[in-house]
Write a protein that binds this ligand. Structure first.
Ligand SMILES: Cc1ncc(COP(=O)(O)O)c(C=O)c1O
Length: 823
């Protein structure tokens, strides 16, 4: 890393690391961000991080001072009021806004500030709400207020034709393309009343033009000369009336707050956690005095009225703009904390923060553009304006991209996110609440967007590729404390996880390799070397299972397997991912006694549950992995036992066998699916999971020879994967290609590979549940297929014979021969 660091510093040394500040970035990371350790945090556009020193200062401040409700005259109240006044000035100073011309209104965030403008703006039928396509949903949402008052809403694309910095006053250097006018049906409009009278329709109509100082999707910075051009009416398409300009600075102001003296916008909004991480739930509307006077607030509340009478329509609002617009008691302790955040920004200077973060983004962008597969095809598609200069300040410290395979197909962004999290890298995926920029950069038409939605895709789901096209992207973004090492670790991750190597380095057991010798017939005379080594039943989802020599099968798979589960007090399903303690609960079923025994290291007594117990049927249903089940509940004794065992309130429920439902995801073998004919207990996908000992041995060989996570004992045994059946005698991963198999006389259909998650990284040591990167990280390096990390196969039991009759009860027995079949 040393040589590349030197190269980086040669190129960016003047901008990187705060050379002129009392504390450089490395010292800052060592003293104020110790908690980051191995973590690479790259979602500063989502929320930047607070420093540990900042929090120590906040704690000291709040524990050594008494701040009271500012709506009073006591000393503690005055102390809070003084801090609020100082904070307002500090915010205005940050935006270089004169306190004579502007006011700082505290809100619960940028969104609340935008909503306040939308709600109180004097919209009329002649008004237009114009906004750039690149805007956050919180800005787009204003159009609901405009449209409901009969105004027009209009999205535009703004393209800067030449560098306006050299041509301050010219409006012709922008190319503005309009999208279609949006207008609500007159019949559904509410009447246009303001202050009790019909609003001014033909006279002084008011319009807003809204744009972000920096797009939170692509990082594109908008030229703030737009403010002047709009105010001076130099933009074509502008309609009659007065134009107000709103800058959404929520993203941009973390590294370059708009200068409101140079670019006197009417409204600017921000959230403070995006600037220095803490406090959350606090933002501001910076509003010009004339613009504030236009805002027509309906609601009144504590803090906003000078006088009101409870039982007649009489109120007198306060005079000051802040008091009129801020409802109730503002978040005075959060506001008191602002100065501890601003202290850091002042120490580093915002200009240096801009240069530092830009140097990292420019460096990474350049490296990403150079990444090539072995066939010379580009790996990264970066969205938005390309930076050209060293430390380019025209684009924010954000890089949004998608990755392509060697064959030109896309990696899904969820796959990138999952692998990044295994490498300790925190990034963001999706559309980042910016649907216009997302559609524009990904080339998604309206019909693509509608058909994606109709295909079931909604924000934050896992449908990252539909019809071969990405539905969103991956975003990394740098913050004031990001380092070169963060950037380098991210680049190494891209290189090792997504760049294809020349063919000779391909792994002999990569998925899809069909070179394995496979048994291809069902002949009973054929003697297979493959054997059933173990059978394990897990009666309670996420708890330990028990192994048996033989076990009966029913229509739902292995009898009693995953037939019970625990629900939290909010009805949520408890699994080891959320409640690792479940992993220490042991279970056993004695078929002869007809009992389920449950033991926990925490509870003195064993719990015994009769398998034949008559239970109350709950009307509520349970949702497990998208499937609805009706469940039966137990009495308080049972629930109390479990609540003690996992140290949180929970209820124990049993899948009600008469009301199984089935559900089909897909019939493709690449994707584990639910079979419409099958009945499933509380399993996530297929009825049974099969693991092969040979595949485990291969994995262990890789774990011990590779650079696995040294924090744990390296090797894993088959039980780590919670299999129902373990087989031995086949070659590693030959199970990938099996379509059916017979064990003794019993037939199963393969539903394909089992998609693994972080659950397999949990392990138990001296009664503690620990987590590491392995074995998922190693599996991710060679067992990835279509965004999934596959290990083991899922099986469904074929309970019908050739005449479609349910077969008589069958048993699996350890030692039985396994006959695989491929088609
Ligand atoms: C550009 C932009 N605008 C508005 C918002 C909304 O901010 P908040 O959620 O803090 O209200 C965000 C948040 O991500 C943003 O990035």
């Amino acid at each position: 890393m040393e040589q590349s660091r030197e190269e980086f510093l040669k190129q960016f040394g003047g901008d990187y690391g705060y050379p002129d500040a009392p504390k450089g970035v490395d010292e800052m990371r060592a003293t104020d961000f110790k908690r980051l350790e191995e973590m690479v945090y790259l979602d500063h556009a989502g929320a930047t991080l607070y420093s540990e020193g900042q929090m120590a200062d906040v704690l000291k401040d709040l524990t050594s001072n008494v701040y009271g409700n500012p709506h009073s005259q006591s000393d503690s109240s005055m102390a809070a009021s003084d801090l609020i006044t100082t904070a307002r000035h500090q915010v205005l100073k940050y935006f270089n806004a004169s306190p004579r011309d502007y006011k700082c209104i505290f809100t619960s965030g940028a969104t609340a500030a935008l909503k306040l403008v939308g709600e109180c703006f004097p919209w009329s039928r002649e008004s237009c709400y114009m906004y750039t396509m690149e805007n956050h949903n919180s800005v787009l949402g204003i159009r609901e207020y405009a449209l409901s008052k009969g105004a027009t809403a209009l999205a535009v694309d703004v393209e800067e034709v030449v560098d306006l910095a050299k041509n301050h006053d010219s409006g012709s250097l922008y190319k503005i393309s309009r999208h279609s006018n949006q207008r609500r049906d007159k019949n559904v409009l509410s009447h246009n009343y303001q202050n009790g009278r019909l609003s001014d329709i033909s006279g002084n109509n008011w319009n807003i033009f809204a744009f972000p100082s920096e797009c939170n999707f692509s990082g594109q910075k908008f030229n703030l000369n737009l403010v002047k051009l709009i105010k001076e009416g130099k933009i074509p398409l502008q309609q009659q009336g007065q134009w107000m300009v709103l800058i959404d600075a929520a993203k941009g102001c973390a590294t370059e707050p708009p200068n409101l003296t140079l670019y006197p916008a009417d409204f600017a909004v921000c959230s403070f956690y995006k600037i220095f991480g803490y406090p959350t739930g606090l933002g501001a509307l910076i509003v010009k005095n004339e613009a504030a006077n236009l805002l027509n607030k309906r609601y009144f509340s504590g803090g906003t009225v000078a006088a009101s009478i409870a039982d007649i329509d009489f109120i007198q609002r306060r005079n000051s703009i802040e008091q009129v617009l801020e409802d109730g008691t503002i978040s005075f302790l959060s506001i008191a904390s602002l100065r501890h955040g601003f202290k850091i920004i002042d120490m580093l200077t915002i200009a240096a923060i801009g240069r530092h973060t830009a140097s990292l983004a420019t460096y990474v962008r350049g490296k990403m553009m150079g990444l090539k597969h072995s066939n010379e095809k580009n790996v990264c598609t970066i969205y938005g304006q390309q930076a050209t200069k060293e430390g380019d300040l025209k684009i924010g410290p954000t890089i949004t991209f998608n990755l392509k395979r060697e064959d030109g197909s896309w990696f899904g962004y969820r796959e990138v996110e999952k692998l990044a999290s295994l490498s300790g890298i925190h990034l963001r995926t999706g559309c980042f609440c910016n649907p216009g920029a997302c559609a524009k950069y990904l080339g998604l038409s309206h019909s693509d967007l509608v058909s994606n939605f109709e295909a079931g895709h909604v924000c934050w789901d896992d449908n990252d590729i539909i019809n071969g096209k990405p539905t969103g992207a991956v975003r990394i973004s740098f913050g004031y404390m990001s380092t070169y090492e963060d950037a380098e670790k991210f680049l190494k991750f891209l290189q090792s996880s997504f760049v294809s190597l020349p063919v000779q380095f391909h792994n002999e057991y990569m998925l899809n390799l069909n070179s394995l010798s496979l048994v291809d017939n069902w002949s009973p005379k054929f003697v297979s070397d493959v054997q059933l080594k173990s059978i394990t039943i897990y009666p309670v989802k996420s708890c330990q299972g028990f192994s048996v020599k033989s076990w009966p099968l029913t229509t739902g798979g292995l009898m009693y397997d995953r037939e019970w589960l625990l629900q939290g007090s909010g009805g949520e399903i408890l699994t080891q991912k959320k409640v690792p303690e479940l992993g220490s609960i042991c279970t056993l079923i004695d078929l002869e006694l007809g009992k389920l025994f449950i033991e926990s290291p925490i509870c003195k007594d064993k719990l015994q549950i009769s398998l034949l117990e008559n239970l109350t049927v709950l009307s509520a249903e349970v949702d497990v992995s998208g499937q609805r089940y009706e469940v039966q509940s137990y009495n308080d004794r049972v629930n109390t036992w479990f609540s003690e065992a996992i140290q949180r309130p929970c209820t124990f429920v049993r899948c009600s066998s008469s009301t199984y439902r089935s559900y089909t995801y897909s019939d493709s073998r690449d994707r584990p699916c639910r079979d419409a004919q099958r009945k499933l207990n509380f399993v996530n996908e297929g009825q049974l999971l099969l693991i092969s000992e040979e595949s485990i041995s291969d994995l262990n060989r890789r774990l011990s020879s590779g650079n696995g996570d040294g924090k744990q004992q390296l090797l894993v045994d088959a039980m780590r994967f919670r299999p129902n059946i373990v087989i031995s005698g086949s070659s590693p991963y030959s199970e990938d290609n099996w379509t059916k198999l017979r064990i003794g006389e019993t037939c199963f259909t393969s539903m394909g590979g089992c998609n693994r998650c972080q659950m397999i990284n949990l392990y138990h040591n001296s009664g503690q549940v620990l987590k590491s990167k392995e074995p998922l990280a190693t599996l991710a390096s060679y067992r990835r297929k279509k965004g999934k990390i596959l290990f083991g196969i899922l099986l469904n039991y074929e309970d019908m014979d050739e005449d479609n009759e349910i077969v008589a009860e069958r048993w699996l027995q350890v030692g039985q021969r396994v006959y695989p079949f491929t088609e």
